[in-house]
Structures are given as structure tokens and as C-alpha cells.
Design a protein around this ligand. Structure first.
Ligand code: ADP
Ligand code: MG
Length: 708
């Protein structure tokens, strides 16, 4: 199946465009499936045409005229013997005008409208009426600039001839595949019975095929392709799992009276049942000598940090080091501050310490930390990406904990893996955005998942309110009332995607506005109410100082861009205001909301929305926000986010390197996914070569990503 790719320098424009789309091999082109089809097989006489109908007409040009009163336009009058129709072009070249000279016979396609000049086709596709009509529907492919459809069509036709389309999946598996089910005995003869037949059917649909079933991707040929794609994805991940099982990690069996037990005894609370269960799942993984690859997911506030601390304790107890990584410095501190506070006192008597590694730290401090890590006296190494920096040498890294895993990429996970010469550390990833089940099954099949599905007791429910921006004054009054009572609040400023500068200006203006509104009011201690400002541009030291003052209760309201998105834990904060809530993803809003309701007092989350240009928030935007207000179940919210925004959000798509599904759709193809999940391990065991060929065919060079 291997086929050399052409040298880049020798490529034409369209060839380069093909490359950019990842269409390198013949098989890649063969698997590049149409978005939709045009029907050029039929000519509709104008006398029978209806307004609104998409059609193709054939006729002779009677007149061609450029009009320039008002908008410049080319008007071409066409006569097909049964009637007349105007073709209208607003963009046209001199050459086009010439080609449409009176007397020329052409075919034109478009949607018929009743216009000022009678029946009209606006900007129709057209060509000279030459040769026979095509026998099959004409495919329209996903393309890009510099890649004409006609070129792509020829390339696909050629590729279908050249590509190796031999079967890689046994008939037995197909006979079991939902959607191809009704007549398994006829399967071999049916068009979807072979990959070749299915591809021909999709690229060159025979006349009479139900266009609907093609465009909605319910036709058996589509089902077949989607099933193949899902199977490739499952095979690649099963294979990655098998390879992982062959690698070596240190076995870290729990010690009965060890550090973990001491930690648990020292905690000011009892673990929830969910924490106990998940802790046991992780401990069982750690006791094995194959590397753990586990995701710990749980809603905001479900108590992941304790579970992580217990895992770290197991590793340290067994004489190994544990690394903790968070995507930003402030998160590292917020997330792990508690954990370090719990563990450090238990480590000290053993002569062990905690090392911090961050990008902003001074040279001397860093050198001392690096040495402790290398000597092994640092049992716990906490920080940002700096933890996997090249100069960081671990004496014996046994466990790596990654918080907010979706913000790290494949390269970083690989770097962690290579931190030990002879064995691989166990890996525990944490996420507060629960992954919907179908997504876990498809994209994260090589990941064991533990879920904290229970919140610690004593949390007060959060009331979520939607508020139009015009009620801002009321809100400011409410904020003042809270702060005067000694409560604290967050005020999150809108996300302005392209411009950090604008974000900043906005946050600054808001802080000034709040200061003005609160001027003259005092807290219960008699001190004036303070407004804090936190944004991405602040130097790390200043961010930390602001956070520290907020945690200590010296700042009443913290105005912030989304840097507080995760990890902050201030139980006295009872009001969360999110401006322009309509610009945030649901899961993100849910995360933000989770910053309040951490203490016993009742908390409120206000979603401020600004009406659009027409003075109203769109119906769908409002529905989304209402849905959020009504549910507190992170899974349900994640499922809706998946529906609305696709899997990219969950995967951190760009850096995860996971190949996204091109054809299968998790919302509709769950039965096919189940099928692929059942068959992948069987095929790998029974027909490893065919399975390998299948992965190669579908994922090509991308299959390496699964191994990270
Ligand atoms: P997250 O899952 O969002 O990371 P945290 O680990 O930060 O949640 O926990 C949220 C808060 O709940 C912390 O203050 C933590 O100390 C507390 N907590 C964790 N587990 C329990 C428990 N079993 N009982 C009471 N409080 C707990
Ligand atoms: Mg956390």
C-alpha cells in the first residue's frame, strides 16, 4: 500500500493544494468523499420548470447585454425551445461575456427564480452544450482555494483506479454491522458489499439512487464507510493499548500504614464514597508494572485533588518521585497548593521535600530545585511545563499527574514518558470537563477513566440567573450588599477572542466602574471595599499577590479575564458574575460557576448577556444559557456542548493530535461505534496483518499519534 509522495518542488498549484488537504496517497483521494452532489444527468424544459427548483437547462443564447444603470450586470437571454430564461451575472469577465455570445448553445445549472425579467438563474454554473449528459450524479468535494472541483474529480477518478481497495475487514464482521443488517445474505451482491463498490457508489452514484440518503449519509454505502472509519480508530487505539501493556513501569503497591494512610488520617474531612472507589481504581493500576494511563474526571469541586494526593503518596511511599503539572503557573499554585500543604509535613521527617519548577523562577532557586530533583530528595515536583524541561533530570520518576489534561499536547506526554531511562512513569490525567461517553469510547479508547460522580457533602446549591445588560445597576447594588456583609465575589470579563489588548481594556474599565459603584461603602470590619484586577498580562508575581489578597479576604470583588477559569478555591466567595455569558462555551461557564458555592452560604451565579445588533439575544443563545441555568450536571452540560460545538473543545483538538472523525458522527453513529469497539480487539487478535493494513489505509502517518 506504500506509495512514494511526489517531491514538493515538482508540484503544481492544485497538487500543492491536495497535499495541504492531506490527500497524498491514492487511497487518501479515494477516501475523500463528496459533500453533496449536483444532478447534471437531466435537462428540464423551461416550460415544465417551477420557481424554486434546482435544475439544469439547455438552450441557445438569444441576446447578451451589459447593463450599468444601478448595479453593473451581465444579462443573457436563453431560449430552450419551450420557453425563455434570463441568466444574471454580477461578477463577470470580458472573456465570459464573449463566450456567451448570441447563437451559442449552453447548459446552465442553478435555482430558478421569478425575477424582474421573468424566470431567472442567478450566477448559474454553465458550460457549452457539448457531448452526452453524464450518467451519474456529479460529486462536489470538500476543496480549498486553488483546487478546482474539476481537477479534484479527475484526481479521484484516477485514484479509484490505482488505489488498493482490497478488503481488510472480514465478511463476518460486516454481517454483524448495524445499518448493513437487514439482508446480510445479500450483502456480497449489494453495492455496499465491498469497499470498492461502496466507494464507487459514493463517488459516482448511479442514476436513481436516493439523493437524500446520500446527502444525509444514511445510504448503506455511507454506513459502510463510517463503520470502516470508526473501526480504524478503534484498532489504532487498541493497538496502542497493547503496546503500552508491553512497556514497563515501576510497581507501586500500597503500604498499609504508609504515607497515604497518614494523609487520610490528617485530612479535616472524610472521603466521599466516590473518592474511595476512584482511589482504589488508581491504587490497583499503580500496583502493576505496566504503565497506568488513566483519566480522573469529576465535576468542579468534586475533590480530585485529594485523590491525586493519595496517588502521589503511594508513589512516594514506594520510594519513587511524583511530578505534578498544571498548564499555567497560577493554576499550578492554586491546584497544588493544598496538596503540597497536606504532603509536605509528612515528607519532612523522611528527609524529603517538595520542589517547584516554573518558568518565572530565579536562576539560583531553579538550580537548587533541579539538584533536589536529580538527587531524589524532592519527592514531589510541582509546576508548569517546566517540569518536563530538558534540564530536569529525575532520580526515579514513578508517577506523573497532569491537571487539565486537554491543555497539554502529545509531545508533552511523550516527553514525560521519556524522563526515565529504563521504565515509564504511571500517568494520571485530571479533567474537570467530563468527557461524554461516546467521546470517551471513540477518541479516548486507550484511556481508562475514573469518574468522581459525587460532590462532598455540605455544598450549598448555586442559583443561576440570567440577566440582561440593561439591569446592570440592580446587579451593582446587589454586589455592594454582598460585600458589605463580608462576602466576596468574582466578576469575569468577556472573552474577546482575537485581542488580548481589548480583553485587558475591558477588564480595566470594569474594575474602574466597580470601584466607582462601591466608593464610600465599607466591609463589616470598617475597611473600604477593595476591587482587585487579574488578567493574563500581569507579571506572575503580581498575579500571585492579587490572588493571595483575595484568598485572605482583603479584596472584596475580583475582576478577571478568564484566568480564574479553574482551580480557585475561596469558600467565602458567593457571587459570580459573568459578562457576555453568550460568548462562552457551556462547559466553560459551568467551570466558572463552580468557583462559588464552595462554602455553606447560598451562592448566586449571574449570567449577564448583551443583546445582539437587533436588540435581542438570539433564541438559540438564550436557550443555551437557560439550559445551563437549569442543570448542574457537568455530564449533561458536556453532552450538550458536544452537540453544539463538536468534539474539538474536549480534545483540545489542535494539540491533542488525535485524528478527528471525518465521516462518522458520534451523535448519530453510536451503534456503529459499539460495533467497532466489539470487533477491533477480535480483528487485532485474529487477523493482525489485515488490521494493520486497515489502520494504515485510514490513518496513514497519523496513526502514530494514538501511541502518545
Ligand atoms: P476539584 O475536583 O475541582 O479539583 P478540589 O479537589 O479542589 O476539587 O476540591 C474542592 C474542595 O472540596 C476543596 O476545598 C477540598 O479540600 C474539598 N474536599 C475535597 N474532598 C472533600 C470531602 N470528601 N469532604 C469535604 N470536602 C472535600
Ligand atoms: Mg482541581
Amino acid at each position: 500500500m506504500a506509495e512514494p509522495a511526489p517531491r514538493p518542488s515538482a508540484l503544481s498549484g492544485p497538487q500543492k493544494a491536495l497535499r495541504k488537504l492531506g490527500l497524498l496517497r491514492a487511497i487518501d483521494l479515494a477516501l475523500h468523499l463528496p459533500l453533496r452532489y449536483e444532478d447534471q444527468t437531466r435537462i428540464t424544459p423551461l416550460a415544465q420548470a417551477q420557481p424554486g427548483q434546482a435544475l439544469q437547462i439547455e438552450g441557445t443564447v438569444c441576446s447578451t447585454e451589459v447593463r450599468s444603470g444601478g448595479r453593473r450586470q451581465l444579462q443573457v437571454l436563453l431560449d430552450d425551445g419551450s420557453g425563455r430564461c434570463t441568466l444574471l451575472f454580477f461578477h463577470f469577465s470580458g472573456a465570459q461575456q464573449k463566450a456567451l455570445a448570441p447563437g451559442v448553445r449552453i447548459r446552465a445549472r442553478g435555482e430558478l427564480r421569478s425575477g424582474l425579467f421573468g424566470p431567472t438563474l442567478l450566477h448559474p454554473q454553465w458550460q457549452r452544450a457539448e457531448g452526452e449528459l453524464p450518467q451519474t450524479l456529479t460529486p462536489v468535494y470538500p476543496a480549498s482555494a486553488g483546487l478546482p472541483q474539476a481537477y479534484l474529480r479527475r484526481a479521484v477518478v484516477g485514484a479509484l483506479e490505482r488505489a488498493d481497495l482490497s478488503e481488510t475487514v472480514p465478511a463476518l464482521a460486516w454481517a454483524d454491522c448495524p445499518g448493513l443488517q437487514p439482508e446480510p445474505e445479500r450483502l456480497a451482491a449489494a453495492p455496499q458489499g465491498s469497499l470498492r463498490a461502496a466507494l464507487h457508489c459514493l463517488h459516482q452514484p448511479p442514476p436513481g439512487v436516493a439523493l437524500d440518503s446520500l446527502e444525509q449519509r444514511t445510504h448503506p454505502a455511507w454506513v459502510r464507510l463510517k463503520a470502516e472509519e470508526l473501526l480504524a480508530q478503534q484498532l489504532a487505539q487498541w493497538q496502542a493499548r497493547r503496546e503500552r501493556m508491553l512497556r514497563l513501569a515501576p510497581a507501586l503497591p500500597p503500604r498499609p500504614e504508609g504515607l497515604a494512610a497518614q494523609l487520610q488520617a490528617a485530612l479535616p474531612f472524610a472521603l466521599t464514597a466516590a473518592q474511595v472507589r476512584v482511589g482504589a481504581e488508581i491504587a490497583a493500576d499503580l500496583a502493576r508494572s505496566t504503565p497506568m494511563h488513566r483519566l480522573l474526571q469529576g465535576d468542579v469541586g468534586s475533590g480530585k485533588t485529594v485523590v491525586a494526593a493519595l496517588a502521589a503518596a503511594h508513589a512516594i511511599d514506594a520510594g519513587w518521585q511524583c511530578a505534578l503539572m498544571a498548564p499555567t503557573e497560577i493554576l499550578a499554585e492554586q491546584h497544588f497548593g493544598k496538596l503540597v500543604g497536606w504532603l509536605a509535613p509528612l515528607l519532612a521527617p523522611q528527609g524529603l521535600c517538595v520542589a517547584w519548577l516554573t518558568g518565572s523562577q530565579g536562576k539560583a532557586e531553579r538550580a537548587a530545585m533541579l539538584e533536589a530533583v536529580q538527587r531524589g530528595t524532592a519527592a514531589l515536583v510541582v509546576g508548569t511545563h517546566a517540569v518536563i524541561g530538558e534540564q530536569v533530570r529525575f532520580a526515579r520518576l514513578g508517577l506523573a499527574l497532569i491537571d487539565e489534561q486537554h491543555r497539554f499536547g502529545v509531545a508533552q506526554r511523550l516527553a514525560l514518558r521519556e524522563k526515565n531511562a529504563d521504565c515509564e512513569p504511571h500517568l494520571l490525567m485530571m479533567s474537570a470537563t467530563p468527557i461524554p461517553r461516546t467521546l470517551a469510547m471513540s477518541h479516548f479508547a486507550d484511556l481508562d477513566v475514573s469518574t468522581l460522580d459525587e460532590l462532598p457533602p455540605g455544598r450549598s446549591p448555586i442559583l443561576t440567573k440570567l440577566l440582561g445588560a440593561h439591569r446592570r445597576d440592580e446587579l451593582l447594588e446587589r454586589l455592594r450588599a454582598q460585600l458589605v456583609q463580608g462576602r466576596q465575589a468574582y466578576w469575569v470579563c468577556p472573552l474577546i477572542e482575537e485581542s488580548e489588548a481589548l480583553d485587558l481594556r475591558n477588564a480595566q474599565a470594569t474594575a474602574a466602574e466597580l470601584e466607582a459603584a462601591l466608593a464610600g461603602s465599607k466591609g463589616p470590619d470598617g475597611a473600604p471595599l477593595q476591587v482587585g484586577l487579574l488578567h493574563a498580562r500581569l507579571p506572575v508575581a503580581e498575579k500571585k499577590a492579587v490572588m493571595a489578597r483575595f484568598c485572605a479576604g482583603q479584596i472584596g470583588v475580583l475582576v478577571s479575564t478568564t484566568v480564574i477559569e479553574v482551580g480557585v478555591d475561596v469558600p467565602n466567595a458567593t457571587l459570580m458574575v459573568i459578562e457576555h455569558a453568550e460568548r462562552f462555551g457551556l462547559s466553560q461557564l459551568h467551570q466558572l460557576r463552580g468557583r462559588v458555592g464552595r462554602g455553606a452560604a447560598a451562592s448566586v451565579c449571574v449570567l449577564l448577556y448583551a443583546p445582539g445588533e437587533n436588540g435581542r439575544l438570539s433564541e438559540t443563545a438564550l436557550l443555551r444559557l437557560r439550559a445551563l441555568a437549569e442543570t448542574h450536571d457537568g455530564f449533561e452540560i458536556a453532552r450538550r456542548d458536544l452537540e453544539i460545538r463538536g468534539p474539538g473543545e474536549f480534545l483540545g483538538a489542535r494539540q491533542s493530535g488525535l485524528p478527528l472523525l471525518r465521516f462518522a458522527d458520534l451523535a448519530h453513529d453510536a451503534p456503529l461505534l459499539e460495533w467497532a469497539r466489539t470487533w477491533a480487539p477480535r480483528l487485532l487478535a485474529e487477523q493482525p496483518q489485515a488490521a494493520q493494513a486497515h489502520i494504515e489505509r485510514w490513518l496513514g502517518a497519523k496513526s502514530d499519534f494514538h501511541k502518545a
